[in-house]
Design a protein around this ligand. Sequence first.
Ligand code: NAP
Length: 274
Amino acid sequence: MCDFTISQSPSHRYASPKPELFAVSLALPDMDEVGKWPRSAAIFGASGGIGRAIAETLAARGCEIVHVGSRSGSAPEGAAFRPFTFDLTDENSIAETARSMKNAPPELVLVASGVLTLSDGTGPERTYKRLDPEKMAQVFAINTIGPAIIAKHMLAFMPRDRRFVFAALSARVGSISDNGLGGWHSYRASKAALNMLLRNFALETGRTHKQGVIVGLHPGTVDTQLSEPFQTNLPEGQLTTPDEAAAMLLDVMSGLDADDSGKVFDFAGKEVPA
Ligand SMILES: NC(=O)c1ccc[n+]([C@@H]2O[C@H](COP(=O)([O-])OP(=O)(O)OC[C@H]3O[C@@H](n4cnc5c(N)ncnc54)[C@H](OP(=O)(O)O)[C@@H]3O)[C@@H](O)[C@H]2O)c1
């Protein structure tokens, strides 16, 4: 059976400022300013277990504007939250959302949506014998094509002269070189394809947006609706809460720079191999 394999030796790669930054500390903003990143964010998939926790953690940390997107348009209580409605399978809804943020691009754009089991209960497949082209297409529409279309519309107005982070929740099981178990065909393949697209977008925008950061993130095994059917037989301590995952992922993202663009990182800041 597949599981959500996570690193057994988490180390917060950027828990402290990178050593080389000390050499230019006079040129940096003071730590109050650094601690405020991001001042604005857009979360696509803020109704999910991890997306909601990230939105709430951002607000609790003082992020001034948190755009929270879901199919229902629901939002947590709080002055920072700006709800929007979108569907990953409806490009117009994504384009309209992007247009609404064009004049004040968020410093962080996070795609926190995704699917492992389809809403009709189908999947993930453990054998090639159960592949169904329609179901595969649905998984790719949500996990790969939808995030790519969000990138299409949001990256178009990201600033060329400032740092921004565009991140999408991926999964370690999308790593081809790390795959020693097989199974979960559509999910794995959709995340591997997502990782490739993120790398492509990083290469393309890196030519013009020197401070842009585009990454995939593996959140660990997090206690949400998505992982709930697969939580039996997990090693002790492997399951984290959405709040724990949110805090770790935000710490990782805040430490990334342009050299990291195009890669996939886990919740501990460790690079996940392609
Ligand atoms: N949980 C884990 O252990 C784990 C491990 C590795 C990777 N991940 C990845 O982390 C991400 C978030 O997972 P989660 O555990 O937070 O899952 P979750 O609680 O099931 O949330 C899934 C989110 O995806 C959204 N979504 C699904 N279909 C959509 C569509 N057509 N249009 C717009 N939004 C749609 C859902 O919105 P609605 O409320 O509208 O349905 C919800 O916000 C996924 O990409 C997943 O692959 C999770």
